[in-house]
Design a protein around this ligand. Structure first.
Ligand code: CTP
Ligand code: MG
Length: 406
């Protein structure tokens, strides 16, 4: 469609999360396998109405941002300011200098529960309104406390307002510049000074802002509840043991394991990570590791297998899936896996942005029997659990479920 308007997104992620606390800013904390900010980036990037996603970050968070945006081809992050308002203005000014869209959706990175449906509703509303915001009608009785006096207020017409908030780009940029000295907590507030009428559409309960410590657990619940399609995948891999040549190391589950032999293979031959990668691909029925990373391709010569694992996890994330459990068994007489187990768990957790408590690493010998018993090679076997939303791309739909057994 040639007449489709250009709708871009500005994610504001330059805050320091004082109320949330902790050493890592909340927008970079891991949430079901992905940093909070990455949930937002992914939600907007996969939406067909969105032409570009820009992010405003704090100057001190470049490393955290790079980890959260890993593997994505995104515009360079924009450095924010001391307040949310200033961060938004800087973001808008930078976008204006790069490539002006017709409309802009401004979204808090602290709201990773943003759904495809809400993005669609907002974009659809922009056909008829120049300022669109999601809001939830206040359902609780509202009271105001002034000193010791408590009075009931009418909740009629009261809304708790969320983001993304959508505007004509030129209008909201001009408002942010004109009223830079008037302190506001969201962007629609500027339209109240002088600007287009604000249109409220129905928001989403799960699109709440992660503000205090307890909110992260609630967000985990909300996001996992969307994923009722529970998949189990298995993977198996074998590599041959050979004497070390050059600086090749014995890599198992992402760890360099001290031993007098190494594994032979095109990549780093990490048998553990390969088995997990195949198990993940199995959950989304997307072939196997060789199909994605051909052993004939020179790009993968001596490659770090963490890259393969991360790719499989990204494919799961693309389908809005969540990895909830990883189990891997290493089958060999030597080296001993036990002393390396915790390091391996921590490394897999790091690659997948998952808590270590959801990662199991086991080992067994084969009592001297077979090729593993003869120390000719090492085998690994993995079983993983992934939750997907029903009806995501390539998966069964609700209709399929209804028709099951008929
Ligand atoms: N934000 C920003 N620049 C600022 C302050 C906030 O981009 N100077 C962003 C935050 O990163 C967040 C959103 O605005 O995504 C909403 O702000 P809030 O929830 O208040 O986040 P923080 O300011 O980080 O938290 P706190 O107020 O508790 O310090
Ligand atoms: Mg704040």
């Amino acid at each position: 469609m040639t007449n489709q308007p250009k709708i871009a997104v500005l994610l504001v992620a330059a805050g320091t999360g004082e109320r949330f606390g902790g050493s890592m800013p909340k927008q970079y904390l891991p949430l079901l396998g992905r940093p909070l900010l990455r949930w937002c980036i992914d939600a907007f990037r996969r939406h067909s109405a969105i032409s570009a996603v820009y992010t405003v970050i704090h100057a001190d968070h470049q490393t955290e941002y790079a980890a959260a945006a890993e593997g994505l081809d995104l515009p360079a992050p924009i450095i924010g300011g001391g307040t949310r308002q200033e961060s938004v203005r800087r973001g808008l000014e930078k976008i204006a200098a790069l490539s002006k869209p017709d409309f802009i959706l401004i979204h808090d990175a602290a709201r990773p529960g943003i759904s495809d449906m809400l993005i669609s509703d907002i974009c659809a509303s922009l056909q008829r309104h120049d300022a669109v915001i999601p809001g939830l009608a206040v359902a609780d009785t509202v009271r105001r406390k002034t000193g010791n006096a408590v009075r009931t207020e009418s909740r009629d017409g009261l809304y708790a307002v969320q983001t993304p908030q959508a505007f004509r780009f030129d209008t909201i940029l001009a408002l942010h510049q004109k009223y830079a000295d008037r302190s506001v907590t969201d962007d629609a507030a500027l339209c109240e000074f002088s600007g287009p009428a604000i249109h409220i559409i129905h928001g989403d309960r799960d699109n709440f802002k992660v503000t205090q410590g307890g909110d992260l657990g609630a967000m985990e619940q909300a996001l996992s509840a969307r994923c009722g399609d529970i998949r189990t995948g298995s993977g198996y891999d074998v590599h041959k043991l050979v004497p070390p040549a050059g600086d090749r190391k014995l890599m198992i589950c992402g760890i360099d394991v001290p031993h007098d032999m190494v594994l032979d293979g095109h990549s780093d031959a990490d048998v553990g990570l390969h088995a997990i990668t195949d198990a993940l691909l199995a959950t989304i029925c997307d072939g196997d590791i060789g199909m994605h990373f051909s052993p004939k391709d020179n790009r993968w010569k001596n490659a770090d297998s963490a890259k393969f694992l991360r790719h499989a996890a990204d494919l799961v994330a693309e389908q809005q899936g969540i990895i909830t459990h990883i189990d891997v068994t290493i089958i060999c007489e030597a080296p001993k896996i036990g002393p390396q187990r915790e390091k391996m768990r921590a490394r897999i957790a790091d690659i997948l942005a998952m808590p270590t408590s959801r990662i199991s690493v086991k080992a067994t010998t084969t009592e001297g029997l077979g090729f593993t018993g003869r120390r000719e090679g090492i085998a690994a076997e993995s079983v993983v659990t992934v939750r997907l939303p029903f009806g995501s791309r390539g998966n069964v739909t609700q209709d399929d479920i209804r028709n099951w057994g008929t």
